[in-house]
Design a protein around this ligand. Structure first.
Ligand code: MF3
Ligand code: CO
Ligand code: CO
Length: 249
């Protein structure tokens, strides 16, 4: 991996930037009254116009170009005729495939004025992701990342979803290792310089349990409580990390 990883980083930087820019475009149009399929169309067009493909489209039969997960939907929501309303929280998850490499990122947007609880959930989820990322460097354990995220989330009174995790990413969309967002320090695989993976915690106001709806994709909280998520694609360096999916705004 050591010799090759500079090329892998360069390719992921390019794919990651396109995915982040797609979300910057989404940020401009997302508001009360918009249908989630309109956001999906924007993502499809933006990726195509920028020399990329949408990796989710037809991935294991997924029917759309991004995942849009509102309120109690944990992840993998399918864009539809659903109209966003004031007070909703909405995760948009975009994965660009450019020059054969992937960049995967998501943000949770607040639509109009949201409740104090929803605001706290969104902030806690973002902070948990960034705290998990902030400790990354060569030779730490994957469990260190999970433990850092879990501690922050549980200190704030929320719970970490266990049914979905981050993942290695590169020429394939999902590869080894699984990156759990909970766990114990000093456990699991050691991470090494050159590894590229996502951190994408899904955090619930209530219980951590999820179930998948009959469409085979949409994952919701079992107790119907609100759920939020953020995702970055990151690379491990000797002294730290690089985030490939930062917004330039
Ligand atoms: N982007 C999601 C992730 O973060 C995966 C979506 S797979 C899909 O891993 F098929 F639902 F699009
Ligand atoms: Co991902
Ligand atoms: Co994603």
């Amino acid at each position: 991996m050591s010799e090759d990883y500079k090329e892998a980083f360069e390719k992921t930087r390019i794919a990651g930037a396109v995915a982040a820019e797609a979300l910057d475009q989404v940020a401009k149009i997302i508001k009360p009254g918009i249908k989630t399929c309109a956001i999906d169309e924007l993502c499809y067009e933006f990726l195509n116009d920028n020399g990329a493909y949408s990796a989710p489209l037809l991935y294991r039969g997924f029917p759309k170009s991004c995942c849009i997960s509102t309120n109690h939907v944990v992840c993998h929501g399918i864009p539809s005729e659903k109209i966003l309303r004031d007070g909703d929280i909405v995760n948009v998850d975009v994965t660009a495939l450019k020059n054969g490499w992937h960049g995967d990122t998501s943000r949770t947007f607040e639509i109009g004025e949201v409740s104090i609880k929803a605001k706290k959930l969104v902030k806690t989820t973002y902070d948990a992701m960034m705290k998990g990322i902030s400790i990354i460097k060569d030779n730490i354990y994957l469990g260190d990342i999970g433990a850092t995220i879990q501690k922050h989330v549980e200190d704030e009174g929320f719970s970490v979803v266990q049914d979905f995790c981050g993942h290695g990413i590169g020429k394939s969309f999902h590869q080894e290792p699984n990156v759990l967002h909970y766990g114990k320090r000093g456990t699991g695989e050691k991470i090494k310089t050159g590894m590229i993976f996502t951190i994408e915690p899904m955090i619930n106001v209530g219980n951590y349990e999820t179930k998948t709806l009959n469409d085979g994709w949409t994952a919701v909280t079992k107790d119907k409580s609100l759920s939020a998520q953020f995702e970055h694609t990151v690379g491990v360096t000797k002294d730290g990390y690089e985030i490939f999916t930062l917004s330039k705004n």
